[in-house]
Structures are given as structure tokens and as C-alpha cells.
Design a protein around this ligand. Structure first.
Ligand SMILES: NC(=O)c1ccc[n+]([C@@H]2O[C@H](COP(=O)([O-])OP(=O)(O)OC[C@H]3O[C@@H](n4cnc5c(N)ncnc54)[C@H](OP(=O)(O)O)[C@@H]3O)[C@@H](O)[C@H]2O)c1
Length: 286
């Protein structure tokens, strides 16, 4: 299959490795056409492209960029998506520390519906509800059993094909309903990044509630409140990144292993301050 991946970071890069290994014809692009893009191409055998031409001839396009990046997609990209091409949306909206408030979404449009509106093409939402390290061969080899991933979308044939790609990526696909139900797999829901198998994921999807959490909104009642919320989230993610660097360097861990172990630490219920404080003092996990 001809798979074009827009975005070559944690998710796009991992998927480029996976689908190249599986024998697909993979094309990759990012906005900077950077050295990293060409290094990933050399590593995987994928073909580097530009954002303008990556959609041409693709059977499947995977959108794996920050949500705000969708606003920058050029008309050459949007106009060259063929009607029969399947577009996968992996994006999650993080308005406070990354994306800024996006009016269409803040005014009530579901995130993936907003993406559809911008690119003028239907999408299937998947690969978005698990941490990036779960796509790596290293972490998958340590798992006791396969994790499940939700797949939301309106076209049954497209969903079936995408579910096959989810299987190839090492996950069990779970039908999460039409795209209007895709809020069930978004950040803050019980299905989001909770590392579940098929039955537990189905349960989690059914237990989700369609209420936008404060951390998923870039709107506050005052500018001061918004600035405080932004600063808190930005500080958290900056500290998170620094903690991963410390763990990698001090323990000779890969980025995937360090990130997974740090995330697991948060699942124990310790406060972020306690987790980060221990890491910066002892350069390891408690
Ligand atoms: N990280 C996770 O664990 C995870 C899990 C599930 C879903 N997601 C979602 O998946 C998406 C990608 O996340 P990520 O973690 O892979 O991000 P990332 O590591 O920051 O990588 C983002 C990639 O997108 C490219 N990019 C940014 N703006 C672009 C634009 N306008 N046009 C083309 N390429 C652009 C960046 O390269 P340039 O800057 O060079 O353009 C980079 O290659 C996000 O929406 C994220 O919320 C992430």
C-alpha cells in the first residue's frame, strides 16, 4: 500500500518505521524538510517528500502533526488528496501548552470533524489514544499481551482497511463507532493512554462522558486565568521532557524506555512534584 505520513516526530516516525518494515511504500514529510527527515528516510527506506506533494498517489495519508499545524496545510496538499484516499487522523488537541485555542473546536466542533473541515476530506481517527513508545518494537517486545486501539470513522470499508493497519502496527483494533463518537478516545477519557486490552478498552469507551475537560480547552474567563493555566501545563511538559533526558543519560535507557517508565510512575498516584523531585535528586526512579 502507498502510505504517506505527514509529520515525522514520535508518532509519524514510529509509524514510518513500522509500515516500512511491513513492506508498504512509505513517503514522509514535515514542514521543515529537515536533516531529521532525510535521516529517517535513510533509516527506514521511506521516500522523503514535501508537504505540497505528499498526498499525490497515496492510498492512505496519516496526519501526525500538532493540531495547530493543520491550519498551515497548503492548498496544494489539500487539493491533491484523491477522493478514494483514506486519511487517518492521529492528532490530539492540546490548546494550553501547544496548539493555542482553535475557534472551531472551542465553539463546539468535535476535533476530528474540525480536521475534516480543514482538509475537505473524511478522516478515520486512530493511533491517537496511546503513547508513542507503544509503537516501538522495543516496548512491544516487553508487553505481556497486545494492547488495543480504538478506531472511529463513518466509512465501514475505510475503517476495515485502517483496522488492518492497526493490527500490522501491533495492536488489536476496536471499533469505537462513527466519527461523531470519537470524543470517546480523546485526552482525558478512560480510553486515552490507559494501555488496555480489547475487553477493557470496550468498557472504557462505553464509560466515557462527552464533557470537555479544562485542560482540553484554551478558553478561560479571564486572560490572567488563561495565562496561569498555560504556564502550569507548559512547565509540566518542560519538566517532563527534562526528566526523560536525565533518566536516559543516567540509566542508559532509550527515550521509549525512559518515557514509559516515567509515565508508569505517574500511574502509581504520586504527585508530579514528588516524581520529578526524586528524579532530579537521584537521577533514577523511586
Ligand atoms: N506523542 C504521543 O505519545 C502521541 C500519542 C498519540 C497522538 N499524538 C498526536 O499525534 C500528533 C503528532 O504527535 P508527535 O508526538 O509525533 O509530535 P512531535 O514528535 O512533536 O512531531 C510532530 C511532527 O510534525 C511535524 N510538523 C509540525 N507542524 C507541521 C506542519 N504544519 N506541516 C507538516 N509537518 C509538521 C514536525 O516537523 P517540523 O517541525 O519539521 O515540521 C514533526 O515531524 C499530535 O497531534 C499529537 O497530539 C501524540
Amino acid at each position: 500500500m502507498k502510505i504517506s505520513i505527514l509529520g515525522t516526530g514520535h508518532i509519524g516516525g514510529s509509524l514510518a518505521r513500522t509500515f516500512s518494515r511491513k513492506g508498504h511504500t512509505v513517503t514522509i514529510a514535515n514542514s521543515s524538510n529537515s536533516k531529521a527527515l532525510h535521516e529517517l528516510a535513510t533509516e527506514t527506506g521511506a521516500t522523503p517528500a514535501t508537504v505540497q506533494n505528499i498526498a499525490q498517489g497515496a492510498d492512505v495519508i496519516i496526519l501526525s502533526i500538532p493540531t495547530k499545524g493543520i491550519l498551515d496545510l497548503p492548498s496544494e496538499f489539500i487539493n491533491s488528496i484523491a477522493p478514494e484516499t483514506i486519511v487517518i487522523d492521529t492528532t490530539n488537541y492540546y490548546p494550553l501548552h501547544r496548539d493555542g485555542a482553535i475557534d472551531g473546536i472551542e465553539n463546539g466542533l468535535l476535533e476530528s470533524r474540525w480536521v475534516e473541515q480543514q482538509i475537505k476530506h473524511p478522516v478515520i481517527k486512530t493511533f491517537s489514544a496511546t503513547n508513542w513508545y507503544n509503537f516501538t518494537a522495543e516496548i512491544q517486545s516487553e508487553l505481556p499481551s497486545r494492547l488495543a486501539l480504538p478506531v472511529s470513522g463513518d466509512d465501514p470499508a475505510a475503517k476495515a482497511l485502517v483496522s488492518q493497519l492497526v493490527t500490522e502496527a501491533g495492536f488489536d483494533p476496536v471499533d469505537a463507532g462513527g466519527l461523531d463518537e470519537s470524543w470517546r478516545q480523546q485526552p482525558g477519557s478512560p480510553a486515552y493512554c490507559t494501555d488496555l486490552g480489547v475487553e477493557d478498552l470496550r468498557k472504557a469507551l462505553s464509560q466515557a462522558t462527552n464533557v470537555r475537560k479544562p485542560e482540553s480547552s484554551g478558553v478561560r474567563s479571564s486572560q490572567e486565568e488563561l495565562a496561569t493555566a498555560r504556564e502550569m501545563q507548559t512547565t509540566f511538559f518542560q519538566t517532563f521532557t527534562k526528566a526523560i533526558e536525565v533518566l536516559m543519560e543516567s540509566n542508559q535507557w532509550s527515550e521509549a524506555a525512559a518515557t514509559k517508565r516515567l509515565v508508569a510512575q505517574f500511574m502509581t498516584g504520586q504527585s508530579p512534584e514528588a516524581v520529578f523531585g526524586f528524579i532530579f535528586e537521584h537521577k533514577r526512579l523511586s
